[in-house]
Design a protein. Structure first.
Length: 279
């Protein structure tokens, strides 16, 4: 009798029930080898039940990422590329430049999450005995660099305008507004931009009752100011739904997605053509 070979395929429910938590100490570890190990754990390729179309990966926490090792001259020669999809939209930066601009991205280990049992100096992965309290959450303020989400009354919201994105944390305070770690009045040079940024607070007469901490990226200052207004309005509405009616009537809760249409190749602009010459 001919035997039929059966191919096992993992089930989603089974894969989620058997997920593990791993803590990897990145101190002194080569960046490439560390990334390869983390990718293997995230994809679940270390398991015999690995299935391509099913998420069989585990959860991974990397500590001491500030002390990751780059061999040779990779800190100045290794490039990180970002492409917008438009002609001439390729941007390349070195590892040193990225780390200097965003020192908060490689997060260090916290004494509240790490112990001798979970964060040993060895390079071997350690299984966490229970689900850790560490998690990456948008509700964490940029000033809170600790991996554990601190107990705070800050309210998080995201505002957008054109290609600008503003991540906003609003909490009770005295009216201080900071953007990317600095004063908002210094960041926005034009008085119009500062006025647009505060419109949501001024409409509700809450200018001196809340502090705003934000990170903005993309677009120009005009779009970033409107993204800030959008994010602040969404945060205030999240705290008190009764504010929605006033903010909605003023248009501050509406996501304005209009943006300049891209130029087309073979044309002078988005719609404009080159002058036609018959001969």
């Amino acid at each position: 009798m001919r035997q039929t070979k059966l191919t096992y395929s993992a089930k989603t429910a089974e894969a989620q029930a058997t997920r593990r938590w791993w803590v990897i100490d990145a101190k002194g570890q080569p960046l490439g080898r560390l990334a390869s190990r983390v990718a293997t754990l995230l994809a679940g390729k270390h398991k015999p039940t690995y299935t391509r179309h099913i998420d069989t990966g585990d959860f991974v926490i990397v500590v001491n990422a500030n002390d990751v090792k780059l061999t040779g001259s990779k800190s100045t020669t290794k490039l990180y590329h970002r492409y917008s999809g438009h002609p001439g939209g390729l941007r390349s930066r070195t590892f040193a430049a990225v780390k200097e601009t965003h020192p908060e991205l490689p997060r260090a280990c916290s004494p509240r999450t790490c112990s001798a049992a979970t964060c040993s100096p060895s390079s071997k992965s350690t299984r966490v005995p229970s689900t850790p309290t560490w998690r990456r959450s948008p509700n964490r303020s940029p000033s809170d660099r600790d991996p554990i989400m601190a107990e705070t009354t800050s309210i998080y919201a995201t505002g957008k305008r054109k290609t600008a994105v503003a991540r906003v944390w609003v909490k009770a305070g005295t009216g201080q507004i900071s953007i990317n770690g600095g004063s908002a009045d210094l960041y926005f040079e034009r008085e119009t931009s500062r006025m647009i940024m505060r419109q949501s607070l001024e409409l509700l007469e809450l200018t001196d009752k809340y502090d705003v901490d934000a990170t903005v990226a993309g677009g120009g200052h005009s779009a970033q100011a409107e993204a800030m207004r959008h994010g602040i309005a969404r945060a205030l509405t999240s705290e008190d739904p009764e504010r929605r009616k006033s903010l909605k009537r003023a248009g501050f809760l509406t996501r304005d997605s209009r943006k300049k249409e891209r130029k087309k190749y073979g044309q002078a602009g988005a719609r404009k053509r080159f002058q036609y010459s018959k001969r």
